[in-house]
Ligand binder design. Structure first.
Ligand SMILES: CCCCNC(=S)N1C[C@H](O)[C@@H](O)[C@@H](O)[C@H]1CO
Length: 650
């Protein structure tokens, strides 16, 4: 329920207020004398879990929050991704799955307090760490610093968001007990004190002086991430040395409760790397040791959810590593919302320290499996260009980035024409690793192969004068952590064919979601059937759900890589060929029942199996053993990469 309006009594009765149990003294403060929090004056320790509303369909928020409460948590922690709510400068969206206030209300209904982390940067393996891509329309902007252009955008965003949060603050009758400023700023190279001071001043000005503001950093980031006036907290996982890290924290907060704001219950996954897990024993032992110390703890993640659409972020560890669609995180509540053995083990630990709600956890939700379904070919992507880019292309001598053509995520088609005949297979490459992030190359509509950031830098092409060279550029998600420069997307350099720099480009920003949502249901006539069904091609089919049905996991055996929509909802990326995730979580509420036909659309970017079939399984595949080790080496001169040496078939 929204915060209660202040009690209004006839003036003669106002003295009665003094008899009430201090109705207006709702408070959440740090008690430095006794190294603890006080909630309404009583000692309080939070046992919290992270759940990101932007990774869970709104219809499932109540279910997930209830399970967190029944696990013994008294608080939920979540970020607010700026780019999820301000899609264009000055345009705000707090509706539907973006209704952050409905989520706050659901947390209140579940009897959970809230720790809110509005950034402006949030990391979180989310696209660009939550910062809007349109910031990069000023190419020389210095993100996360006191750069006036960056601060102007931050100020205008927070002047919209923070006043909306004010009524939700705990002392105003809401459930937000504390708010984090920035996110692990000490891990960022800029270390700009005036930036942090600006944020702290802005938060104080817009939220008042009673709300507890805090910072979170890894142990190595405390120096630059902490700030006078903001309560300092730390984050670390089960394998880290708690005693040493808390001793370091005490150098910044000699008194007050110890707080771990991100105790890692699992870890994130990257495409092409093995699935991450953290053992139940290690996670529960670490939690028990912290609770014994009287620390307040937030478990990151308690429920991870899914990176639907194109929202995943990426890391750079020697090379560009996009985060997978699943954000299961090996968390206590699985991606499908099911309690796991880790949850029950953690619940037992919590019950040693504080009362937990009586009653059972709900059982795992019903799962369904069916198929295989055969998809029919709708046509190759190029055949739908007029619908995908109704406003037509942008023309430029050199290729322009996604940001320059104002396309935030997904795809841009780059087109040019050969001005001379290339009669022999000739090296085609993009200097300076300039494909950000994957390029699907076609000549006169015929798929030639893929170029990939850090991984594959050259193809060999030929074609007659006037031949059309199409490059579908895929943005695989912007760097969300540790990036020392802005992660621009697209063809960042003009490609070179043999000795010729290719110029005169057409850029088509593609609105794929719109096409799938609005045009395909119109059953557009079948477009040109590609000579060989390879390269970016749309497939689809319809299917009814018999009976009640349940959650399910889409499996695309033998497909390579692409995007899936169900009933117009962008389910996310699949990359069966690379793994470790081989299924996509399909929440039951996305599916129509009662005999209505569900529509599934697949955009396969590379190659389909001989039989374009899909299956719905009753369990996920998130840890497929990677059969391939891609071995690439760049030769200094031509940046050519050897072909992938596939160590074994997959
Ligand atoms: C490999 C580098 C990952 C960087 N992220 C780290 S350390 N983390 C801290 C960060 O604050 C949080 O948002 C999450 O991103 C979390 C990992 O899940």
């Amino acid at each position: 329920m929204a915060p209660k309006k202040p009690l209004r009594l006839p003036v003669l009765l106002l003295p009665l207020l003094t008899l009430l149990p201090q109705a207006d003294t709702r408070s959440f403060v740090v008690d430095r004398e006794n190294d603890r929090f006080l909630l309404d004056g009583a000692p309080f320790r939070y046992v919290s879990g992270s759940l990101h509303y932007f990774r869970v369909p709104r219809v499932l928020w109540a279910d997930r929050l209830f399970k967190m409460r029944m696990s013994g948590l008294n608080t939920v922690q979540f970020y607010v991704p700026w780019n999820y709510h301000e899609p264009e400068p000055g345009v705000y969206n707090f509706n539907g799955s973006r209704d952050l206030f409905a989520f706050l209300n659901e947390a209140s209904v579940a009897n959970l307090l809230v720790i809110l982390r509005p950034g402006p940067y949030i990391c979180a393996e989310w696209d660009m760490g939550g910062l809007p891509a349109w910031l990069l329309q000023k190419p020389d902007i210095h993100l996360r610093t006191s750069d006036p252009d960056f601060l102007a955008a931050v100020d205008s965003w927070f002047k919209v968001l923070l006043p909306k949060l004010y009524p939700w603050l705990y002392h105003n009758g809401g459930n937000i007990i504390s708010i984090q400023v920035e996110n692990e700023y000490g891990s960022y190279r800029a270390c700009d004190l005036s930036y942090m001071r600006h944020l702290a001043g802005l938060f104080r000005a817009l939220l008042g002086d009673r709300i507890l503001l805090f910072t979170t950093d890894g142990p190595e980031g405390l120096k630059c991430g902490s700030l006078q006036g903001l309560y300092t907290t730390v984050d670390f996982g089960p394998a880290d040395n708690m005693t040493k890290i808390f001793a370091l924290l005490r150098k910044y907060e000699p008194r007050g409760p110890l707080v771990n704001s991100e105790y890692y219950t699992g870890w994130l996954d990257y495409w092409g790397q093995n699935h991450s897990t953290r053992s139940v024993l290690a996670v529960t032992t670490g939690l028990e040791n912290m609770l014994k110390l009287g620390a307040s703890v937030n478990m990151y993640m308690f429920h991870g959810g899914t990176n639907f659409g194109f929202w995943n972020g990426a890391d750079e560890k020697g090379r560009f590593l996009p985060i997978t669609t699943s954000y299961d995180y090996d968390a206590p509540i699985s991606e499908a919302g099911d309690p796991t053995p880790k949850l029950f083990a953690l619940r037992n630990v919590i019950s040693e320290f504080q009362e937990i709600p009586l009653g059972p956890l709900p059982p795992p939700s019903p799962k369904m499996m069916f198929g295989p379904l055969t998809l029919h070919l709708d046509g190759d992507l190029l055949a739908f260009l007029d619908f995908l880019c109704p406003q037509g292309p942008i023309r430029s001598i050199l290729p322009m980035s996604f940001e320059a053509v104002k396309q935030d995520r997904g795809f841009v088609l780059y087109r040019t024409y050969l001005t001379y005949t290339v009669s022999e297979p000739t090296q085609f490459w993009v200097p300076n690793n300039g494909v950000h992030d994957r390029a699907y190359v076609m000549v006169d509509g015929v798929f030639q192969g893929v170029l990939e950031r850090n991984m594959k830098h050259q193809l060999f092409l030929m074609g007659k004068v006037g031949a059309k060279v199409d490059i579908l550029l895929e943005n695989m998600g912007r760097l969300s952590f540790g990036s020392n420069s802005s992660d621009f997307k697209g063809l960042l350099e003009p490609p070179i064919l043999g000795q010729t720099v290719l110029t005169q480009w057409l850029m088509f920003p593609l609105k794929v979601d719109k096409l799938v949502k609005w045009w395909f249901p119109l059953q557009l006539m079948k477009r040109s059937r590609p000579q060989v069904p390879s390269g970016p091609t749309f497939y689809s089919t319809t299917f009814p759900i018999l009976g009640e049905g349940g959650d399910t996991f889409l499996f695309l055996p033998g497909w390579t890589k692409g995007q899936v929509w169900i009933n117009g909802f962008n389910l996310g990326r699949y990359w069966t060929k690379r793994g470790p995730q081989e299924t996509l979580y399909v929440p039951r509420p996305l599916l129509l029942s009662g005999g209505a036909l569900n529509k599934i659309t697949v955009l396969e970017l590379e190659n389909v199996p001989p039989q374009p079939q899909i299956q719905f399984l009753d369990r996920p595949i998130l840890n497929s053993t990677l059969h391939k080790t891609y071995i690439y080496s760049l030769s200094a001169d031509t940046q050519s990469a050897f072909e992938p040496m596939e160590l074994s078939g997959h």
